[in-house]
Design a protein around this ligand. Structure first.
Ligand SMILES: [Zn+2]
Length: 444
């Protein structure tokens, strides 16, 4: 049984069977949910259907979109932010059959530029950690509006810190949902607002895999909490889009940037050394530096190939998500964007460069930078994506970026096993070169 299958069997399938996705606000990483669609289409269908029940009942759904590759967006360029958000929206529309109103930011990592990209792409709200607010007296029982350039704005819900920590890290508190509702949940509400009869909400944010995978039986705890225990404690269920439909946003807030929910040092956990992980995190800085330099080279070569063939290379790259989702072929997308006839060789080269762009986005998946050491599957996977990108660029343009990347990756070394990232890269590059014809358009 592989890891995805195990988490699926312990968490996603039982939670879908219990109809928990009808009762909570949720989002899925596109890579995970596309795996689910292929391996258990019935559960995928149930999850989509549980959002649609709310659409029919309330006119707004409870599913949220997510930035596509789980990239830490404050660390990404403005153009990469746009790609991640555009791809996340397209994936959501493809599955849920509607525009997303809300988007979850990977690791709740935020800066103003990220919120502005969300606003420009029509997203209305997101959820952040309470310490992302620049406010001494934050009241998380209602959402706030963050003002952005150009008269744009973004609504932000802040999760309740103590209850989110309790549900995530204190299994003793979540054995009995009725007791949790009585002794914990009610304490999250403000007594002064309750006395005045003012509406207020408590938002608890947690990793979805907690419910049945990280913590045994908590899928059933959640089912009881949202279907009985909360009601008996006098509470009514809501979710961000429904709350916004019924309550105007009255308060403004500024955000502290960059901030995130699983690092208390901004976003340093994914870019170097901080106290969140023991030992020296310098390898992360070297890995990110290597990937950023490679990205610049790939972008330069991509633009070089693409701008001779299409008017807007980056719009083509953003629309390439429709090829990834198999809604159209690369040939038809490129043909449509070119507006004039191209040779099959031109189309093939551009297609290879679009696949290189796709691999390049995958290099920045946050889990590659999250843990304390380099010698783990997650960072090594990111290096494998880099090797694949280098191979695709070589095939498309004849330019070999391998030596440069290797030189940069020499500085990335495991503290425990002394594994060098350049050796991992070379191994994957040789493997990629061993494939006589590169498959393009394969699934994750
Ligand atoms: Zn940290």
């Amino acid at each position: 049984m592989n890891w995805n299958e195990r988490i699926h069997a312990e968490c996603y399938r039982p939670n879908a069977d219990l109809r928990n996705f009808e009762q909570i606000s949720f989002n899925f990483g596109p890579t995970l949910i596309s795996w689910m669609q292929a391996h258990d289409p019935e559960t995928h269908r149930k999850i989509v259907e549980q959002d649609q029940v709310n659409m029919r009942l309330h006119g707004v759904g409870n599913a949220m979109a997510q930035a596509y590759n789980h990239t830490i967006l404050p660390l990404a360029s403005d153009r990469d932010k746009e790609t991640q958000v555009a791809w996340g929206i397209a994936d959501f529309e493809y599955r849920f059959g509607r525009r997303p109103q809300g988007m979850w930011l990977p690791e709740a990592a935020v800066d103003l530029q990220t919120l502005d990209v969300l606003a420009r792409y029509g997203i209305e709200f997101t959820i952040l950690a309470p310490w992302s607010a620049r406010s001494e007296s934050l009241d998380p029982s209602e959402p706030y509006r963050v003002l952005l350039p150009g008269r744009r704005s973004m609504v932000v819900f802040f999760y309740q810190r103590e209850l989110s920590a309790r549900i995530s890290f204190d299994p003793g508190a979540t054995i009995n949902a009725d007791q949790f509702a009585q002794y914990n949940l009610l304490s999250g509400f403000r007594k002064d607002k309750a006395r005045r009869g003012e509406a207020q909400l408590v938002l608890i944010a947690s990793d979805g895999e907690l419910y049945g995978h990280h913590q045994y039986m908590r899928d059933r705890f959640l089912a009881r909490l949202v279907d009985g225990a909360g009601h008996q404690a006098g509470l009514t269920l809501t979710y961000p889009a429904l709350w916004l439909k019924e309550h105007p946003v009255q308060q403004m807030v500024e955000i502290r940037e960059p901030t995130s929910w699983s690092c208390h040092h901004g976003v340093r956990r994914w870019t170097g050394d901080c106290a969140c992980t023991p030992n020296d995190g310098a390898w992360k800085a070297h890995l990110r530096h290597a990937f950023e330099r490679l990205s610049q080279e790939i972008d330069r070569l991509y633009a070089d190939v693409a701008q001779r063939l299409v008017d807007d290379p980056w719009e083509l790259n953003r629309r390439y998500i429709h090829v990834i989702l198999q809604k159209c072929s690369a040939e038809s997308l490129i043909g449509e964007m070119a507006g004039h006839a191209l040779t099959s060789d031109q189309i093939h080269r551009l297609h290879l460069m679009l696949e290189a762009q796709r691999e390049r986005q995958r290099m920045f998946t946050s889990c590659g930078f999250y843990f304390e050491d380099f010698d783990r599957i997650e960072p090594k996977n990111c290096v494998a994506y880099a090797a694949q990108a280098v191979r695709l660029v070589h095939l498309a343009t004849g330019v070999d970026l391998g030596a440069e990347v290797s030189a940069d990756l020499q500085h990335v070394v495991s503290q425990y096993t002394h594994l060098h990232a350049d050796r991992v890269f070379q191994r994957h590059l040789r493997r990629a070169e061993g494939v006589s014809s590169v498959r393009v358009g394969y699934a994750d």
